[in-house]
Design a protein around this ligand. Structure first.
Ligand code: ACM
Length: 530
């Protein structure tokens, strides 16, 4: 099974579950939802009996299968849902297909299980290349199979805005679209595909995504990345920018100087957007506000912004950025949501204590955030940026760099042994990132995500990739085949998955890590000032 349960013992005896079997007890809706192909009917002393035991953690469960049927004891709805997911993995791979088969053998087994980490996340960049709603719902289904429970949607970047706004309709009308996309690699002459790209979720779509996810024990974490990465917003509403000038929705990659203004009208604009997002998604315990890769030059060049900074008694543009993010976090707290940021925002200082930090530039800055008392979700480029190729082979499809293999992910430890007990206790969990500059089509999302996300799920659930992970993964690929996931085969890409001809050369992950170390160093040693 993947992720590996804490304890699994095989027992003698087995049970034949047939379609229309009965389910009894508590939390039966979660079990029925997880196993739709069994067409389970509520009944007394069911063949699957589910009991709530509040002594267990909400996500924990015990499962016993034997000749008399299946007994589940769960700490909460999530525990019952995950017990059902484990039960499903005990059945033949064919149970992951739609079929007319009505009878499924359950081997005798006893499982005791609970997750090591509360935050078991996948991030998807829907700004650089849009994933339509149906793909997001499918990803949530795949997350459920793997007991992953946080879906971080990167909803805006320089290259696109991806949500309807009734208050600010030019966001979806103008900012969700670009006329073409760069296809040249770094330092190559500019080249474009000439193809329009766009798309956005309506608020009704977002409501559906939120509800669909909640039913499957997944929390959607929306990200509105500010104050940088703002070209698309400023193509629609230039008045919220530092210069007041209209920008274009960017059609190329890299860090842009486009930046929102920190003045009150921009804060009000963003809070209105938060209200629309939270109103649509429903219960939203976390909202991500970015804070990464901010170029503060346009703030320094604006007399109005400098005067505003002075009026607040703040010394530097960096202090003003910290103040701006803090105001947004306070507004989110009033709405019942905790703020999540990338690690630059921690380095800028001034965060609310309850702000969750995602250290993408490495676990060094993650440790400092943990030591400062912030909850941390481990998100380092290596090995959790799934936009990197799995190997350095020239056959791999175009990627931002290489190489991050499934074994690198399985070897990752979100709460390293050399950290203090207090620092380790701050690690809420772990999350993989799929940025989509080089993921132009949805088949490539599958290829990049799986099976590395299986390794992520194992690390997130068990705290570590189990020694027998490789063997279990081989079996698990049969389930992914049955579901129809176009994962990367262990031996490398299939002919149609190979790289399309392109002039580009890739950067090695070691080079990128050196660059990131440099950025971390810069972030620590120089505080930008006006
Ligand atoms: C990031 O990769 N800029 C979070």
């Amino acid at each position: 099974m993947i992720p590996r349960p804490e304890l699994l013992t095989t027992l003698s005896g087995s049970y034949e579950l047939t379609a229309g079997a009965t389910v009894s007890g508590d939390l039966i809706d979660a079990v029925r939802l997880a196993l739709p192909f069994l067409d389970l009917r509520p009944g007394d002393s069911g063949e699957i009996d589910v009991r709530l035991d509040p002594e267990l953690g909400a996500e924990a469960y015990r499962l016993t299968a034997g000749s008399r049927g299946v007994e589940i004891v769960a700490g909460g709805r999530a525990g019952a849902f995950y017990a059902a997911q484990s039960l499903h993995q005990l059945l033949p791979d064919a149970s992951y297909r739609f079929s007319e088969r009505t009878s499924w053998p359950v081997p005798g087994v006893r499982i005791e299980d609970a997750p090591r980490f509360a935050w078991r996340g996948l991030h998807l960049d829907v700004a650089r290349h849009f994933s339509p709603k149906r793909e997001v719902l499918r990803l949530i289904d795949l997350m459920a199979v793997h007991k992953l429970n946080r879906l971080h949607l990167h909803l805006v970047d320089d290259q696109g805005w991806r949500v309807e706004s009734r208050a600010y309709p030019r966001l979806h009308e103008v900012a969700s679209y670009r006329a073409r996309t760069a296809i040249n690699y770094y330092r190559e002459p500019e080249a474009y595909d000439g193809l329009p790209h766009g798309g956005y979720y309506t608020l009704d779509d977002l409501a559906e995504i939120g509800a669909y996810a909640r039913a499957r024990c997944v929390t959607v974490v929306p990200e509105i990345d500010v104050p940088g990465h703002a070209s698309a917003i400023l193509a629609a509403y230039p008045e919220f920018g530092a210069t007041g000038e209209r920008h274009e929705v960017l059609d190329r990659w890299g860090i842009s100087p486009a930046i929102l203004s920190p003045l009150p009208p921009t804060v009000e604009f963003l809070v209105t957007i938060f209200d629309e997002l939270i109103g649509a998604l429903g219960e939203t315990p976390y909202v991500h506000i970015g804070g990464d890769e901010v170029v503060l030059d346009h703030w320094a060049a604006s007399a109005e912004i400098v005067a505003y900074r002075d009026s607040l008694g703040l010394a530097t543009a960096n202090d003003l950025q910290a103040w701006f993010l803090r105001r947004l976090a306070d507004a989110l707290a009033e709405r019942g949501a905790r703020t999540v940021v990338w690690d630059e925002a921690f380095v800028s200082g001034g965060l609310r204590q309850d702000t969750v930090v995602m250290p993408w530039r490495g676990m060094g800055v993650g440790r400092r955030a943990a030591a400062a008392g912030h909850d941390v979700v481990a998100t380092p480029v290596f090995p959790l940026y799934f936009d990197y190729a799995e190997s350095a082979s020239a056959d791999e499809p175009m990627a931002i760099g290489d190489a991050i293999g499934v074994e690198d992910v399985a070897a990752f430890r979100p709460a390293p042994g050399e950290w203090t007990e207090e620092e380790r206790a701050r690690v809420m969990g772990v999350q993989a990132q799929l940025w989509t500059e080089w993921v132009q089509d949805l088949r490539t999302v599958d290829y990049r995500m799986w099976p590395r996300a299986c390794a992520l799920a194992e690390v997130a659930w068990s705290g570590a990739g189990g020694e027998d992970f490789a063997g279990r993964l081989e079996e698990h690929l049969g389930r992914l085949d049955a579901i129809g996931v176009e994962y990367r085969p262990p031996a490398g890409p299939r002919p149609w998955q190979r790289r399309r001809p392109h002039r580009a050369s890739k950067v090695r992950v070691v080079d990128v890590m050196a660059r990131i170390d440099g950025m971390t160093h810069d972030a620590e040693s120089t505080r930008p000032s006006m």
